[in-house]
Design a protein around this ligand. Sequence first.
Ligand code: ZN
Length: 421
Amino acid sequence: MTVIGVDDTDSRERGMCTTYLAAQLADRLRKRSRVERMLLVRLNPAVPHKTRGNAALAIHTDLESEKAFDLAHDLIAEIAEIADEHTDPGLVVAAGDAEGIDRRISAFARTAVTGFHDLNATLSLIDSWGLRHAGWKTGRGRIGALAAVGAWTAFDDWTVEHIAYRDPDRWGTPRDVDIDSVFEAADHAYPAAWDTVDHDEADPVCVPHTPGPVLYGIRGDDVDAVREVATGIESEPVHTTELFLANQGTDAHLQHGEIGRLEDGRAYRVTGTVAEPPSTRRGGHVFVPIESGGQRLPCAAFEPTKRFRDRVRALRAGDRVTACGEVAEGTLKLEKFAVRSLVRTEAVTPICPDCGRSMESAGADQGYRCRDCGTTAPAKVEQAIDRDLERGWYEVPPCARRHIAKPLVRGGFDAPTHPER
Ligand code: ZN
């Protein structure tokens, strides 16, 4: 077996897509040999040089490595968007089974999802492991390509994505997809297929808006479910389709973190206590600070997270939460949070039992009294608060989901969940 890794062949402006290049490569490989599986690997979404979705691709094939390398090399040279100034394609090919890949390459893949790699150090590793490789321009794409080579043994949670591609003649033109059929097919296959649509926003999120070759991408937990959705969608003619195993929807980017010890450009799960009431700022962005061990962490739910902001606004000082998201400029960009405990009561000025009006302070440490009736109370009283939150996990809606973030409907969380769909 041979493992082929490719990355950074796409273009934000010109519409190529690394998954499409991989699909084309798989077609050519199938004419000569067998393709065992295709991996779509989302790398650290915070990497500054990233391509659109920061995706690297791996193809596992029976074709011998030298021939596989030549095929991949020719195809990249032929169709990658090398003219795009931000596109720096990379190709790395390893001989042998994906299961038998050097454990250090698996570790490299994990770090590529949770952290950062330097290009020169990466090239030294590739050379020391004797892997075939090629880079175009700076060849930065070899970082993602090596990560893709190590991905199969780096992660144990794999989801699927069925991607339908457009006829090249239609690229850049509006997509002709019957939206009602998308919603109907999505409902039918939910929850095995997820993030196909966003009901509240009436958004068919599986259909991209970018000029690229993808007509739609259906994500889910099993192959039958995503294929069933695709079958139900009425659209312009589908040019080709490809099925990928992906680390999408797995939270593979999150690591355990402690407030005060977080780094920009990485994503964490952190637990703390809400320090101040949430505030909404210009543009509709909602901010809430959480604290732990005397350290504070600002957390933010930005406007595109839509109704999720109402969940964040419903927090109160004193609530205990676990927040998840990427840290940028010292602020955690919320993707989901868990309510661990809620403040259920608040201390309020007592009400006079005779006249029903609010009592007034009788002076420092003198308790409260009613000016009219003369009734007194020794201190503030505890009053129950109506809370719009329950214990458990809340998440951004499908329209705001990051590729790698795990939808709550997939399960496996450590508290009750409140999935968005
Ligand atoms: Zn009174």
